[in-house]
Ligand binder design. Structure first.
Ligand SMILES: [Zn+2]
Length: 146
């Protein structure tokens, strides 16, 4: 169990495209544990921060951890396979990018995402509104775009 330091926007490691995860081994499990611990701490301090990506705590892998009061899950190698034309303007909260920086971002209202969980199960899931916006933001972190 470890809470990691969250990198701030502009950090070198956040500008790299993250690698795909080939298989979930103990080192990947460790990354997931650190993501959970770090996000949980942030959520105690600030509301509205629902997800964190591995590069935000310095691991260059395509892993996102999501947690809200109703559900928590891990997305490994997430890929958007469909998105709605419908765009929504949103304000995003992220522990790397201060909320003030991300005002007025336009995101797809609906996305369909292909991903694996920590047990290697594959999913195709549709996400809408806030959850969709959050995942679009975190996937940009995986691509080194924020
Ligand atoms: Zn961010």
């Amino acid at each position: 169990m470890a809470v990691r330091q969250v990198l701030k926007q502009g950090h070198m490691l956040l500008k790299e495209k993250c690698s795909e995860v080939d298989r979930v081994d103990s080192s990947v499990e460790l990354v997931i544990e650190d993501l959970r611990d770090t996000l949980t701490l942030f959520q105690k301090e600030r509301k509205g921060d629902f997800a964190i990506s591995a590069p935000q705590i310095g691991y260059p892998f395509r892993i996102i951890y999501y947690q809200d009061p109703l559900r928590s899950f891990v997305l490994i190698n997430p890929k958007i396979i469909w998105k709605s034309d419908d765009m929504v303007e949103t304000t995003e909260i992220c522990c790397t990018c201060n909320s003030g920086n991300k005002k007025g971002v336009k995101r797809h209202k609906l996305i369909r995402v292909e991903y694996c969980d920590e047990h290697g199960n594959e999913f195709i899931e549709k996400f809408i509104n806030e959850l969709a916006f959050t995942l679009q933001h975190k996937m940009e972190h995986l691509n080194g775009k924020i």
